[in-house]
Design a protein around this ligand. Structure first.
Ligand code: NAI
Length: 720
């Protein structure tokens, strides 16, 4: 057979080849052309006695079949003598199968030193001795194939085999290092953990099993690992009865404890769930990869040698703000609208409706007034446990606001909030604060999410956080541009709506914050931009407002002109950004407003479902599509079709093809998904941006899986 794998010209040493597995290895290698040194001491299974018959019988068998072999009767502890037999007879050694073995099973408390030492002498010392004697020859000729014999008892443990288990793992360690040392010299070193019927197993297995588990079923793997064509090295294989499998180390993603305060037992305890959670497991293949996370933590600690005792994320995350009531009337709404520049043209009825209670069209609340609801709540951030900072160092990073139905013109709203995340951005810390405001009937009237950036509170060795770039304007001219001047006293007017931070009023305080003069409130510019979008794309109808999300990129000084550039993405969604005309600098970026569909507003019963999808969810699927495109190997790694049911008004259904090349992300339901994941939009965003742990989400019922549950554990590959 032309494809037959041959060993012609190769010289193999097989230790302990007088019986069992060693005999089968020797017979197979010889039958394929190798000249074999059949080593066997010929002792009993406990290492006692000795005779030449065992090895000689196998040599005779090989020769009778037309093969080439020579016997050696030394103990593997005399490795040099075995290698010398090979040199004397065949002048070389190419292949070494370390197989000789004995047992001295006894429970640990009864084990004697002799039991321990004899086992180590044969398995560890013997393997070392023969390999060490052959090694220079293999190096010199730049070819070598070495197989070690370990055992499931070593890998998994087995009652009564403490000595044997320890020795069998000893040879795994030896092989791991020799695989590295031999690599450049074309010496490959692998290990098998076999199962076979033999003298060693006949004491523990029924006779029919000993008979059925033929050593011949193991030898083909050994022979392949010894072949010129086999590139495998450093591998550990379980093998028996025709089954072959490779083992590797699997490690949990683990938990990293920042080093700024040292590491305490309590921190280990509180991180235990993550330390032992295999859901995002990794498979380090070498010691460099193994040390990766530890080195990363050291580097983080080095960047922040003293840590930052002014912030303790563990105390902050989850902390709730006391509930606060806010009563507002038309007067408050008017003052707010003036603060964001409404009715600059006091003759425009569409503007007057926000500031004049007797306006012909009826007085209406400007929807972004709802960002004021959590304001008094947020003021408490300076009093929170686990944080200590100067309010002058606080900047608004991002704001999301959703107003599910038009705001009443007078109401008492109750706002509750909590810190959901704390990120270490180096120069500062980002606190994510979610708040919910309800009216007197307990109905939700606003949801806010604020990200605040506190300069100087970074480098505490915490989570850096992921940022998915969203709401990127398209590469074309804006569909609408609105220029709006602000007044020199704009901040003084805006602050009357609630945000009395002196940074916006007092020049001395502004200087403490590093500004040449008081700056405009980020949320004032946000309101001005919201007015521009509503004017151009919703005919100034506040009922069409649904939600808004912005990132504050830079400060604005009162008196500067804000230019809002807008792109209509659909009837329900407008992307925008703002710059300061005088300095040509973008101050608001990554921004979008979602509008209620026209149909929904016309029906006007408040129960109409908005058709727009959460922009962050869209961005995540977009990002996923790009990731699949950039990493086609994901198709091989995963080989499945996922369906995502993102629930809620702003959700939708997508399917992700990681089965059929080139893969991709599609809207709608899959025909035959292998795994379906159902989650609310907010939870889905948290999961995919790494803020929510998949396992925990599952346990808390936030993540529902149907189909192949195991596939859910591979979702990490789709994360940014
Ligand atoms: P076996 O007892 O049939 O063969 C072992 C051979 O090694 C015997 O011929 C014996 O005379 C020889 N030997 C013992 N001490 C020696 C020494 N100091 N120098 C030279 N030769 C020596 O046993 P089996 O099952 O074929 O075992 C082969 C190897 O496989 C051993 O290392 C054993 O620990 C390992 N193993 C076997 C398993 C099985 O299911 N049979 C399971 C896991 C590991």
């Amino acid at each position: 057979m032309s494809s037959e794998l041959r060993f012609d010209g190769r010289v193999a040493i097989v230790t302990g080849a007088g019986h069992g597995l060693g005999r089968a290895h020797a017979l197979l290698l010889a039958s394929r052309g190798a000249a074999v040194v059949v080593n066997d001491l010929g002792g009993d299974i406990h290492g006692g006695g000795g005779s030449e018959t065992a090895a000689q019988k196998v040599v005779d068998e090989i020769k009778a079949a037309g093969g080439e072999a020579v016997a050696n009767f030394n103990s593997v502890e005399d490795g040099e003598a075995i290698v010398q037999t090979a040199l004397d007879t065949y002048k070389r050694v190419d292949i070494l199968v370390n197989n000789a073995g004995i047992l001295r099973d006894v429970s640990f408390h009864k084990m004697t030193d002799e039991d321990w030492e004899k086992i180590f002498a044969v398995h560890v010392l013997g393997t070392y001795k023969v390999t060490h004697a052959a090694w220079p020859l293999l190096r010199e000729q730049q070819f070598g194939r070495v197989v070690m014999t370990s055992s499931a008892s070593g890998i998994y443990g087995n009652f009564g085999q403490a000595n044997y288990s320890a020795a069998k793992m000893g040879v795994v360690g030896l092989a791991s290092t020799l695989a590295h040392e031999g690599h450049n010299k074309n010496i490959h070193v692998n290990t098998i953990a076999p199962v076979a019927g033999s003298r060693l197993t006949e004491t523990v297995m029924p006779p029919e099993m000993v008979e059925a588990l033929k050593p011949e079923y193991v030898s083909p793997l050994v022979a392949w690992l010894c072949h010129d064509d086999c590139e495998e090295t450093g591998g550990l294989f379980e093998v028996g009865a025709g089954w072959f499998g490779k083992l590797r180390w699997e490690r949990t993603k683990g938990a990293t404890i920042p080093l700024h305060h040292g590491v305490s037992i309590e921190e280990v305890k509180s991180n235990w769930d993550r330390i032992v959670d295999f859901s995002d497991a990794t498979h380090p293949a070498n010691s460099q990869e193994s040390m990766g996370p530890a080195i990363e933590n050291l580097q983080t600690a080095k960047q922040a040698p003293a840590g930052n005792e002014n912030i303790d994320p563990d105390k902050l995350i989850g902390q709730e703000f006391p509930a606060e009531d806010l009563h507002y009337t038309e007067r408050d709404l008017s003052l707010y609208a003036l603060g964001i520049g409404a009715a600059r043209d006091a003759t425009d009825p569409k503007e007057l409706q926000f500031v004049y209670e007797l306006s012909g069209d009826g007085f209406k609340a400007f929807p972004t007034y709802a960002v004021i609801f959590p304001f008094t709540t947020l003021m408490h951030v300076v009093d929170m446990e686990g944080i200590n900072f100067n309010p002058m160092m606080l900047l608004h990073g991002e704001q999301f606001l959703e107003v599910p139905k038009p705001l009443s013109t007078e109401a008492t709203v109750t706002t509750t909030g909590k810190i959901t995340h704390v990120y270490d951005k180096g120069k500062g810390a980002v606190l994510v604060i979610e708040s919910i405001s309800k009216d007197e009937k307990g109905e939700v009237v606003a949801k806010n999410e604020s990200k605040i950036f506190i300069r100087g509170l970074g480098n505490f060795g915490g989570d850096r956080g992921l940022s998915v770039p969203i709401n990127i304007p398209p590469d074309r001219d804006a569909d609408a541009i609105e220029e709006e001047p602000t007044d020199d006293n704009q901040a003084l007017l805006y602050r009357l709506s609630g945000d009395r931070n002196p940074l916006h009023a007092d020049p001395a305080m502004a200087a403490v914050g590093g500004f040449e003069k008081p700056i405009l409130h980020g949320l004032c510019g946000f309101g001005i931009a919201a007015r521009a979008v509503l004017k151009h794309f919703a005919d100034n109808d506040p009922a069409r407002f649904k939600s808004i999300k912005v990132r504050f990129a830079k400060h604005v000084f009162p008196g500067e002109t804000i230019v809002t550039e807008m792109w209509k993405e659909s009837d329900d969604r407008v992307l925008f950004r703002c710059k300061v005309k005088e300095r040509d600098e973008y101050v608001i970026t990554n921004a979008a407003m979602e509008l209620q569909g026209l149909g929904a507003v016309l029906e006007g019963n408040g129960s109409a479902k908005a058709s727009s999808v959460n922009p962050e969810v869209l961005a995540i699927f977009d990002e996923m599509g790009k990731r699949i495109e950039a990493k086609p190997e994901l198709i091989d790694k995963v080989g499945a079709i996922y369906q995502f049911d993102v629930t809620g008004e702003d959700g939708g259904t997508w399917w992700v093809d990681l089965k059929n090349g080139p893969g991709g992300v599609h809207e709608g339901a899959a025909e035959k998904p292998n795994c379906t994941i159902a989650m609310a939009a907010g939870d889905f965003i948290s999961l995919m941006t790494g803020k929510l742990d998949g396992q925990q989400a599952f346990m808390q019922g936030k993540l529902k899986v149907s189909g192949d549950m195991m596939l859910a554990t591979k979702l990490g590959m789709l994360q940014g």
